[in-house]
Design a protein around this ligand. Structure first.
Ligand code: FMN
Length: 200
């Protein structure tokens, strides 16, 4: 069996020690991310995801917004820990990819295909999963680390205002990425017999 893809999948991990030691140009990274997102399958080829790629001061701003919003809800004595985590694990990276779902597209599909209406939002989430996993793996192939974060919906309003996000785009996840400053620990896997059923 060909196992090149499996090797790349194993290379992709959640990396929480990100740096800015990135050799690739922003233009090359952007074009890789865009090309990969475009190949991720979606129900009815509906392409419901929307992507913002933030570098430099925009990347910093994403994580400053996270800190501003966390400060409002995290108890004062716990905030320093949150701040360190956000600064050392996410803001330390080189860029951040924000994944949105275009809710107007989801609504259009619900209205256009009533028989499947209950499914379209779930399918948009599955599509985001495909898209994220593909980008995460493509970054790993290029020796870059990333993690997936969910500070939405806490940060939605500030992100929308700061980056002039269309009102129908719903923020679903944040992916900080950058150089891998330390690798992930070994991963645990559940028992195959509890997970798989092969029927002959
Ligand atoms: C849908 C989804 C949501 C996740 N949310 C978070 C998150 O909010 N914060 C985080 O640190 N990791 C998050 N992760 C990363 C998982 O914890 C991680 O992928 C898992 O523990 C396996 O580790 P690995 O990525 O190194 O293989 C998420 C992953 C997925 C697929």
């Amino acid at each position: 069996m060909e196992t090149e893809l499996l090797s790349l999948m194993k290379q992709r991990r959640s990396i929480y020690d990100l740096g800015k030691n990135v050799d690739q140009s922003q233009a090359d990274l952007t074009s890789l991310i865009q090309d990969v997102v475009k190949e991720a399958p979606s129900a009815f080829n509906s392409q419901t995801d929307r992507i913002v790629i933030a570098y430099g001061s925009a990347h910093d701003k994403v994580w400053d917004i996270v800190l501003d919003e966390l400060k409002k809800v995290v108890p004062a004595e716990a905030f320093e820990g949150s701040k360190q985590k956000v600064e050392q694990q996410f803001k330390s990276g080189y860029g951040t990819i924000l994944w949105f779902t275009d809710m107007s597209k989801v609504k259009e599909l619900e209205d256009g295909f009533p028989l499947y209406a209950d499914n379209f939002y779930d399918w948009s989430e599955q599509h985001i999963g495909n898209s994220q996993f593909a980008v995460w793996t493509a970054l790993a192939e290029n020796r870059l680390g990333a993690s997936v974060q969910h500070y939405n919906p806490l940060i939605d309003a500030q992100i929308a205002e700061t980056f002039e996000i269309p009102k129908d785009w719903r923020l679903r996840s944040e992916m900080p990425f950058g150089s891998i400053e330390s690798t992930a620990d070994d991963k645990d896997y559940m028992d195959d017999e509890d997970r798989f059923k092969v029927i002959d």
